[in-house]
Write a protein that binds this ligand. Structure first.
Ligand code: PFF
Length: 455
């Protein structure tokens, strides 16, 4: 049997895990999901979810990975027995679904980068008419397909080369540059006329709205929290499986969550003031909001041309490090369980993912179809079953594993297990139920209407 690879440097793991977490979820998905959920009302529920469910959940994936030293399917098989391997199989399916549309969106960011190479963002906006029309033109069609192809090809290439050479180096420069850029843009956005309306929408929660809309807010926050932290499909299991026993997992979890949440909040601090000052209603945008607000921003700030290139370029790298983690799960499974060579596994699996993403470049209804399924259902279900396994079936090993690299946990270990066993599982069951209801509504409503109109 081949010797299992481990992280080349001590920081390699944390860099790769942050690289996986920070991506389009923070920059592209967070602002429009937040806007859709009422801004501040969503933000509150989301932050609570990250702290009280995301944090325990990331620890669950870490202990499962480090203990078993296997890919998610093998890990669950080892811990739970035969039936559990099907749950692991579900993780692989989730990886397929998410990466397929993720790559198309990453392609849009490449496109905006390339637009900046063609000329200034003021000039590009003028060429397309305005920001909405520009997005409409670049988001579907042959160009989108070509860039989806390019992005998947690069992702496959990095994964085929192996974790050490591939993943660790890609992440190092990305996080600091993205934080610096977002801070700078947030300061600039604060000087815009009518920025106040954006902050009002984003930052001042109306608790009445939360109580009234909790049935939409809960599944939206659950999906976003798991998506952005790369939880519920075994990425963190896979990464922790290459990890030594001396790491303090709680500290690593806090670092990852801190960076990830910070970057999402910062993105909101740029997007909301920019859109209200451009006269756009903050409650109604869609998956185009980051592109609209950022091109507006780069068309109007001094040095916007260069900043825009750096921004779009950095997001592409952030997306790449997340995409790598998605393909890594799928690939690690085939390598470990089927004994296929790494490069063959990466190309084969990546190829299937690529094909699944193609319809999204044809019509954005397929984005809702895939994203709604992965986020509203698959990730929440994945997290839920992991919690059931660790909370009720193998709690002893979990506490023991968590304490390695930390020392005696005292009652904290038990508190963690009990939080998982009852309250967290209840919240996840409710979120999952609501997510399924919403997805069925989409299928029978918007999606059916689309099919009738187009076929
Ligand atoms: N966390 C990534 C992001 O926020 O862009 C996306 C992602 C990666 C989701 C890996 C799920 C995953 F397993």
């Amino acid at each position: 049997m081949v010797q299992r690879e481990t992280w080349a440097t001590r920081t390699g793991f944390i860099l790769a895990a942050v690289g996986s977490a920070v991506g389009l979820g923070n920059i592209w998905r967070f602002p429009f999901i937040a806007a859709d959920g009422g801004g501040a009302a969503f933000l509150v529920v989301y932050l609570l979810f990250v702290a009280f469910i995301g944090f325990p959940a990331i620890l669950v994936e870490f202990v499962v990975g480090r203990r078993t030293e296997r890919n998610p399917v093998g890990a669950l098989l080892e811990l739970g027995g035969d039936v559990w391997k099907y749950v692991g199989g579900l993780f692989i399916v989730t990886g397929f679904v998410i990466l397929s549309y993720y790559s198309v969106i990453a392609g849009w960011f490449i496109r905006y980068f390339l637009e900046g190479l063609r000329g200034s963002y003021v000039g590009r906006l003028a060429a397309y008419g305005e920001a909405g029309a520009m997005f409409g033109e670049v988001s579907t069609g042959l160009d989108a397909l070509v860039l989806h192809t390019l992005f998947m090809a690069v992702t496959i290439g990095v994964v085929a080369l192996g974790i050490r050479r591939g993943i660790e180096f890609a992440t190092k420069a990305m996080v600091p540059s993205i934080v610096l850029l977002l801070v700078g843009l947030a300061v600039w956005a604060s000087t815009l006329p009518n920025a106040g309306a954006g902050y009002e929408y984003y930052l001042s929660p109306d608790f009445g709205v939360i109580l009234e809309n909790w049935q939409e807010l809960l599944p939206a926050a659950a999906g976003q929290a798991f998506f952005t932290l790369s939880l519920g499909m075994g990425v963190m299991i896979t990464y922790a499986s290459y990890l030594g026993e001396d790491r303090n997992l709680t500290r690593d979890a806090a670092t990852i969550i801190g960076f990830d949440t910070g970057i999402a909040i910062l993105t909101g601090l740029v997007v909301f003031p920019v859109i209200t000052s451009a006269g756009i209603e903050p409650a109604a945008p869609g998956p185009n909001v980051i592109f609209i607000s950022m091109t507006e921003a780069f068309a109007n700030v001094t040095g916007g041309h260069l900043l825009g290139l750096v921004f779009f370029g950095t997001v592409v790298i952030a997306a790449l490090s997340s995409a790598i983690s998605l393909l890594e799960v799928v690939t690690a499974y085939v390598i470990d369980e089927k004994g296929v060579e790494r490069w063959k596994a990466a190309i084969g699996m990546g190829g299937v993912v690529y094909l699944l993403g193609v319809p999204v470049t044809y019509d954005l209804v397929f984005l809702s179809l895939l994203d709604g399924f992965a986020d509203g259902i698959l990730l929440v279900f994945g997290a839920l079953v992991l919690m059931l396994l660790v909370g009720w079936i193998t709690p002893k090993f979990a506490v023991e594993e968590l304490s390695k690299g930390i020392g005696d946990l005292g009652s904290i270990g038990q508190a963690w297990i009990w939080a998982i066993r009852v309250p967290i599982i209840i919240v996840l069951v409710v979120s999952l139920y609501l997510g399924v209801v919403e997805y069925v509504e989409f299928l029978t409503g918007d999606f059916t209407a689309w099919i009738e109109a187009n076929l």
